[in-house]
Design a binder for this molecule. Sequence first.
Ligand code: ADP
Ligand code: MG
Length: 663
Amino acid sequence: MPHIQQLPAHVADLIAAGEVVERPASVVKELVENAIDAGASAVVVELRRGGMGLIRVTDNGCGIAPEQLPTAFLRHATSKLRTPEDLGKIGTLGFRGEALAAISAVSRVDIRTRRHGDPEGASLHLEGGVPGDVEAAGAPEGTTILVRDLFYNTPARLKFMKKDSAETAAVSGLMQHLALSHPGVSFKFLKDGTEALHTPGDGRLDSAVYAALGRDFARSLLPVKGRDGETAVSGFVTRPLQGRGSRAMQVFFVNGRFIKSQLLTAALEEGYRNQLMKGKFPGCVLAVTLPVTQVDVNVHPAKTQVKFAQEKAVFDVVYHTVLDALAEQGGPASPPPPAPETASNPRGDFFQTMDAKTYREQGAGQKAPRKATPPAWNTERPSGMVNLSDRVPLSPPDRGERPAARRPFPPLRQDAPSSVLGEKPEARAPAQAAPAVPKVQEIPEAPSPPERPLPPAIPQLREELPGQEALESVKREAPWRIAGEVLRTYIVCESEEGDVWLIDKHAAHERINFDRLKAGLEPPMRQALLTPAAVELGREDGALLLENLPLLEELGFSCEDFGGGTVLVREVPADLDAGDVTATLEEIAGKLRSGRSPEERREGLLHTMACKAAIKGGWVSSQEELRALVDRVQRGEVRYCPHGRPVAVRLTGYELERMFKRA
Ligand code: ADP
Ligand code: MG
């Protein structure tokens, strides 16, 4: 029988340490949070070799009394919590009394500290958690902690450390968050001797945003401010036209603590509903403050998650604050302000896994009446409108569930041009991204029926709807005549047999690009940019791309590090529009991060490249471009876009005649 025994204290400590100290970034986080808790107004963080060489955090905070120094490194030793009741109102960043014990258990630590007003300071050295003697030492007011040889005594952990560059990137991201959540503290971050971040600490969030996230991002922001009862929201959000390719630039703080929260992300994005281009995300730096009794920060050891006592109330304040700010700068009108929210959360975990869609579906919008008229690029198709592509069902249930598709055409009305072909293609045309263009928005929810209702008989006669026949039936024949292009998106063609074909030019081109890239027969053509473009991606995304330079080369980019999360781009794939470079790199970073299998990731990247290099709906295309696309569709080479949507639909002459009651 295995013998059961209690673990020796030092082994138990090592296990506990692993929960707090996962990687260099966790050490930096704990040490900087201690400095902030100590009331520091300036904090310097130095990192060598991603923190595996050295981590040094210097602050000008209150310091520690010499006789208390060893105590600070004991487990469960804290000056921030005394009674169980204190747990219910945590106002400091630290409170577990675990960090110093955990860090010192897995490294070699030197601490030097002097309290304000004390004539002399003290120092202490610890190896694997074992303290030496406290010695009197000269020191500036405040505390300096030096951590070396992290994980030297836990080889298993050491083996799992990522590359130095990945660790540096993680610390860079963390420093940004810390700097943003404490604009009143000046942060300096030095990595391998170079200054990577320096915030003024003047108490202004905009200064911190500018210093930490860069000028371009800072310029894309609108200020927001709102309050409901004791819950206040303030900060900045991106203008609708300056959406980002990923959620990397969504930064939330709750009572000064950087957190990740699906609830807050959903509330933010709900505020932008229908104002952003599809596939774009708002960026923000939003601080939520509420009474400490209304939020539980004790739910996660790394403390990046919190639990709100009144989740819906928090959601509503954030949502309305964002909505009002967007409305003020000329966006669509805001719904009336909410009545003060008093309803408590019916289910404790109501929002824990909730995204904006679920929120809407569960009727949370009742309190937030939306505009009566959804903009044209609303993905939910207004009833009564038909998209021809619906008629080539991607899956049988899709067809069955849409009664609207039973009518071949919505009524033709002069004042509803888009209804001829149903919804516009998904926000591809640049004009659709501009909420200010009223024409585009004011598509009636359901076109009113014409004087004489269209007989529903046509499609019911046959199981198959027009255009449903796949392209199998395409024969080799005389080139289709290109009759023209409608909505700058669909090519209208006529075949020798008298069929009408509608081709989605973007989808077709995207497919052609994708197949070419996937075949990988030739390296992509490149174009050197006249002046290299400095693309600000944020530190994490920037580092991620720099780690994958060979892959970027393969896709046709030539990039290098420009420092501070900015990547300098010298060459781009020849068929990529210069204006799309930033969005493409952001999307690539997003796909690299999505950590699926290498094969899937590669496929995802090829999708991105294929899509970005394709002609877009809304663009003016030359006759030659259209001809080339039509010929390949006619030859049956392109059938579905890489996302599975059809690239072409057919209307037979007979079907047209039936619609006009000629047959
Ligand atoms: P916690 O922060 O959860 O209290 P720590 O292990 O991080 O636990 O720190 C233990 C104690 O050491 C703190 O409660 C605080 O009193 C003291 N301390 C740690 N770092 C500093 C610092 N930089 N300046 C002043 N006091 C500090
Ligand atoms: Mg602490």
